[in-house]
Design a protein around this ligand. Structure first.
Ligand code: PLP
Length: 382
């Protein structure tokens, strides 16, 4: 352990956990200073929505604090069932299985579906939960270059029917997968497609139905999380009835884990209702994205994205940390993301916009990024 910790420290990659006081809203307080928060995944500004908080609180009165058992025992309530039905109606699937986190949902899907000799093809930039499950599963995994259907096609030709997994919106780059092309390839090669839409659900599409609805596809499995745009916590896998039945029998993360509290299921159901119907949140977010693009596009670290995830490339880890520190001194919280989470020399500030921001928050950020660039011209930024 000492050796690994020293190595990490020597590489300047030690991670720290900074507790904030109060909730994770667009303004956060670390006990000393208040910051405008550009680091949460609360894309629609729902995490502190008054109606949502009330829905959760009153559901605790009805259902109690915890579920006290796994879904297979007595942990599943009508509140869970209502959430499953709501998700199926919203996203157009036969069934939904609930999980306590997206991490466990992804692991459950891959560990349960892949048997020895099965082939798993994953986008190279997929989330750690997918990569780890793929590596530890009995199947054989190959990664295809990021958002590259041509490379995926070669692998499908070589390996035959496979399980193909991609994110809808990539968490660190904010770019979108070419889901139409990938779905066509899967169909052509008799393969299954799983989409992790942790960062697309609620944000993309007319009713926030996410990346798949934007591309007009229905994957075999869709994983959505409740802890980002929906402002709560937990996740679901959506699929057909047969697959759901199989997962309920064999997915250990489902069978051997305490069900999410029923009150939480009520809160997520309420949140889906808000995300689905309050189009103004997506419109406001789109406006903030335009403000950001106009104000930052001339700076060297700018990367254009179609989503509220705005990576700002700094180059080296040291420079990313210096930029994050500088922003913090200016009252802006934007976390540096370094290897191994992103590639070497692609260290960055991961800026996320939220419907709870106002345009002047974004303009302040743009101004401070510009100041940093003037004071610290990029030598090693890629
Ligand atoms: C693409 C992606 N998938 C899955 C997860 C895990 O979701 P959760 O935070 O609910 O465990 C994340 C969270 O960071 C993510 O970015």
């Amino acid at each position: 352990m000492q050796q690994a910790l020293q190595q990490r420290s020597a590489q300047g990659l030690t991670r720290t956990v900074t507790p904030i006081k109060g909730g994770n809203t667009h303004k956060i307080y670390d006990g000393k200073q208040e910051y405008i928060n550009f680091s949460s995944n609360d894309y629609l500004g729902l995490a502190n929505d008054e109606a949502l908080k009330k829905a959760w609180i009153s559901a605790i009165d009805q259902y109690g604090a915890g579920s006290a058992a796994s879904p297979m025992v007595t942990g599943q309530t009508h509140a869970h069932q209502r959430l499953q039905d709501t998700l199926c109606d919203w996203l157009g699937f036969e069934q939904a299985l609930l999980f306590n986190s997206g991490f466990s949902a992804n692991q459950a899907a891959l560990f349960t579906l892949l048997q020895k000799d099965d082939c798993l093809l994953q986008d190279k930039l997929n989330h750690a939960s997918l990569m780890e499950a793929g590596m530890l599963s009995p199947g054989k995994m190959q990664r295809f270059s990021h958002n590259n259907p041509a490379r995926l096609q070669q692998l499908l030709q070589k390996h035959g029917p496979s399980l193909v997994v991609t994110e809808g919106v990539f968490s660190m780059d904010g770019d979108c997968a070419p889901l139409g092309d990938i779905a066509t390839l899967c169909q052509h090669h008799g393969s299954w497609l799983m989409v992790d839409d942790a960062h697309g659900i609620g944000v993309l599409g007319e009713q926030g139905q996410g990346s798949c609805s934007v591309h007009g596809i229905t994957p075999n499995l869709l994983m959505v999380t409740f802890g980002k745009a929906l402002g709560v916590q937990g996740a679901a896998i959506l699929c057909d009835s047969n697959t759901a039945h199989y997962l309920r029998q064999f997915a250990r993360h489902f069978v051997y884990s305490t069900a999410m509290p029923a009150a939480q299921a009520v809160a997520v159901t309420h949140s889906v209702h808000l995300a689905r119907n309050q189009q103004w949140r997506r419109q406001h977010l789109a406006h903030l994205q335009d403000v950001y693009t106009q104000a930052v596009a001339h700076l060297p670290g700018f990367v254009h994205t179609q989503t509220a995830i705005k990576p700002y490339l700094a180059g080296s880890s040291t420079r990313a940390m210096a930029l994050a520190d500088f922003l913090r001194q200016q009252g802006l919280w934007a976390t540096a993301i370094r290897p191994p989470t992103v590639a070497k020399d692609k260290a960055r500030i991961r800026i996320t916009l939220s419907a709870s921001h106002l345009p002047h928050h974004v303009l302040t950020l743009a101004h401070k990024l510009e100041q940093f660039e003037l004071m610290n011209p990029a030598k090693d930024a890629s």
